[in-house]
Structure formats: structure tokens, C-alpha cells
Design a protein around this ligand. Structure first.
Ligand SMILES: *Cc1c(COP(=O)(O)O)cnc(C)c1O
Length: 383
């Protein structure tokens, strides 16, 4: 149920909804079935499911393409790579952000193809790397460094050079960035994060620019079998209904916290594209419809103070992941797989929907206490 003039916030609420009518369900049903009666188009539970289709309809409309749902963001990433790389000669290089999501980088390194890693914020360097390449894997903003690519310009260059392109737009969501409008062949979302938004489900969506790409994605899903469960697809669609209001609120709080953190005595650097001082600000302001709800900070006193901070917050949960209703923080380099160019003291803050003053008081207190404890270990007592 949709109308061509309805805007995105409306689409998020109504897309995929059953046709209205007497006794028609208002909410999308969870269709739990492994197979279907013969003679129809769905055939078997690994090929199709009505609950996936409702979610795919919604994400596809938001992004302006054909969406295919997967069991996780990495399953969508794997299928996207397979779908676009299959027809390309094995020696054609892949261009990717040096700070792409670390599991994506690990996957790219295992491809057995030349890999050109670039700073996505350096449009000239990305353009230069695209010469003679086969595929551009873009992520913007990057996680957790929050570097911003000039997506329209970089995709235009890729098209001119005949290089196929994918954008992992997990951090931006289709509300802030729609790469298909700028010529990307495919968009990937870890729906686990903002789209589902409640930290209760793992799910991925890959959105093809046309039927050919979407058919290739569906073939990957059917053959490799990384299908979402119908209940997981239902949870993701339920979360998607409130994405516009959640993002609006989280973004407003993130922007306020970033502004205050810039003045904080324990914070040496704030990365948030919404700050006028951020290197990505001008490009983000020109190419995105908002700055998102992730903020990365570096703290004085290094990893020890960052670790102590994560241990001292009460409202912010010390956990990985992002995009949920609850605010999370973590020191990214606690993971051995995180790239060595991510600063040791970098804390990634995923701003959720709690009252911004409670978030501020909790974080400010934890940072100050952590700095005090680390500068005179044993001298102070924790609160
Ligand atoms: C989390 C994440 C992924 C992977 O998603 P999963 O659902 O955990 O498999 C991919 N890209 C980005 C940018 C992410 O943040």
C-alpha cells in the first residue's frame, strides 16, 4: 500500500502493509512455513516468504531499488560481492575504504583479487584508484572513523570508468543517503543496526538498482541459503516503521552531545560530521540529509582511560553494535580485528533514545572519574 507522492517517513509506515479491507490485518503477518502448495511462484521456503517480501517492499521503496533480505549484514555483503564479482575477470582490482567495517575488509582480503585500499574522504585518491578497477566497495560514513565520501562524485567517476559499485549505507540509512539515485549498482544495509533498531535481531538487506542485480542477489540467497527467519524479518519491519522518528531523535541528541564533548577536558578529539569543525562536514552537508547518530571520541590518557570510561557508565551500555534504541559505547581497539589506524583511545558512541541530559551526565561523570582514577591509581575510590 503506497502512493507515488507519499514521502519517506510515510513510506516507512505503510510500505509492505496488507491491502486494506474488511477484516484485513493491519499489521504484516509472520508467515512461518518451510514450503508452499505446488503450482505457485514461491515454491519453497528458501526461495521466498511473504514476510520477507513485506520488508523488502519497504526497504526497496525507501532506497529506490529492489531489496533482498538476508540473515545478517555480512550475508548481504557476501551475496553483493558474489553477485557483482562473478562476471568480472579475476585480476580486476577491488577498491575499498581502508576503514571499511572490519569484517567486510577481512572478506575482501580473502577474495584472492588485488585490493586497493583508499581514504574515502579523499575524492581524488578514490578516483585515481578506480582506473583499471573492477569494483568499488564504498562505505560512508565509515565505521568507526566517520569519514565521509563524496558519494555522488565518486559514483559518477566509477560509472564513467565502467567500474561497478556497492555502497554499505548502514550508518546513513536510506533516510540520509540513497546511493542508487547517484548510480550505485547496489546498496547494502546491516539492518541489525538502525533499520531494525532495537538490538534484538540480526538481519541484512541488499538493494539492487534493477531486476538483473536483484535476481543475482536472490540466486545467491537461494543457493547459499543465508535466508532470514520470517520472525526476524517481521521484527525488522516492525522496527523500520519507527525509523524516521528514532533517527530524528537520536541524531538531535548525537549533535548536542558532540557539541558538548568538543569542550570536554578529557576529550582530545570528536568525530561527528555534524560539527562544523569536522573534516567531513562540508561533504556531508552537501550530499546527505542528516549527520547520523554515531559519534567517535578520543580521550586523553589513551586506552586505559577509554577502558575505564566504558566500565564506569551506568546508562550507556558497554557493548558493541549500534543503531538501537539504547545508547552503547565501546573502545573499538579492544577488538584484535580492528584496524591499527583506528586510535587506541577511540570510543565509539551509538546514541540512542534516552533523555539527552541523562546521557550527558552519565558520560561526563564516567569520563571525569576515569581520568582521575587513571592519573592517580589507587588514590581515588570509585563512586
Ligand atoms: C554491523 C555492520 C555490518 C555487519 O552486519 P551484521 O548484521 O552484524 O552481519 C556491516 N557493515 C557495517 C557498516 C556494520 O556496522
Amino acid at each position: 500500500m503506497t502512493h507515488p507522492t507519499w514521502r519517506r517517513a510515510t513510506t516507512a509506515v505503510v510500505a509492505g502493509r496488507p491491502e486494506p479491507g474488511p477484516d484485513a490485518p493491519v499489521a504484516v503477518p509472520v508467515v512461518a512455513t518451510a514450503t508452499y502448495g505446488a503450482g505457485g511462484s514461491r515454491g519453497y521456503g528458501r526461495y521466498a516468504n511473504p514476510t520477507w517480501e513485506a520488508l523488502e517492499d519497504a526497504v526497496g521503496r525507501l532506497d529506490g531499488g529492489r531489496a533482498v533480505a538476508f540473515a545478517s549484514g555480512m550475508a548481504a555483503t557476501t551475496a553483493a560481492l558474489a553477485a557483482l564479482l562473478a562476471p568480472l575477470p579475476a585480476d580486476l582490482p577491488v577498491v575499498a575504504p581502508r576503514h571499511a567495517y572490519h569484517t567486510t575488509l577481512r572478506l575482501l582480503e580473502r577474495l584472492d583479487r588485488p585490493l586497493r585500499l583508499v581514504d574515502v574522504a579523499d575524492t581524488g585518491a578514490v578516483g585515481a584508484a578506480l582506473g583499471g578497477a573492477g569494483l568499488l566497495w564504498l562505505e560512508s560514513p565509515t565505521n568507526p572513523m566517520l569519514e565521509v565520501a563524496d558519494v555522488p562524485r565518486v559514483l559518477a567517476t566509477a560509472r564513467t570508468l565502467g567500474v561497478r559499485s556497492v555502497v554499505d549505507a548502514t550508518l546513513a540509512t536510506p533516510l540520509l543517503l540513497r546511493p542508487l539515485e547517484h548510480g550505485a549498482d547496489l546498496v547494502v544495509h546491516a539492518a541489525t543496526k538502525y533499520l531494525a533498531g532495537h538490538s534484538d535481531v540480526l538481519l541484512g538487506v541488499a538493494v539492487g538498482a534493477d531486476d538483473e542485480v536483484a535476481d543475482a542477489l536472490r540466486a545467491e540467497r537461494a543457493d547459499h541459503g543465508a535466508v532470514p527467519g520470517p520472525f526476524e524479518a517481521w521484527l525488522a519491519l516492525r522496527g523500520l516503521r519507527t525509523l524516521p522518528v528514532r533517527l530524528e531523535r537520536a541524531q538531535r541528541s548525537a549533535s548536542e552531545l558532540a557539541r558538548r564533548l568538543e569542550q570536554h577536558p578529557v576529550v582530545t578529539r570528536v568525530r561527528y560530521p555534524g560539527l562544523a569543525t569536522d573534516p567531513g562536514h562540508a561533504v556531508a552537508a552537501r550530499t546527505m540529509d542528516g549527520f547520523g547518530a554515531l559519534v567517535s571520541i578520543e580521550v586523553a590518557g589513551g586506552a586505559a582511560v577509554a577502558d575505564a570510561t566504558s566500565g564506569l557508565t551506568r546508562l550507556w551500555l558497554h557493548a558493541t553494535s549500534l543503531g538501537g534504541v539504547e545508547s552503547l559505547l565501546e573502545r573499538r581497539r579492544r577488538w584484535a580485528a580492528e584496524r591499527p589506524t583506528v586510535p587506541e583511545s577511540l570510543l565509539r558512541l551509538s546514541v540512542g533514545l534516552e533523555d539527552v541530559e541523562d546521557l550527558w551526565e552519565d558520560l561526563d561523570g564516567a569520563l571525569r572519574t576515569a581520568a582521575r582514577l587513571e592519573s592517580s591509581p589507587g588514590a581515588a575510590t570509585p563512586p
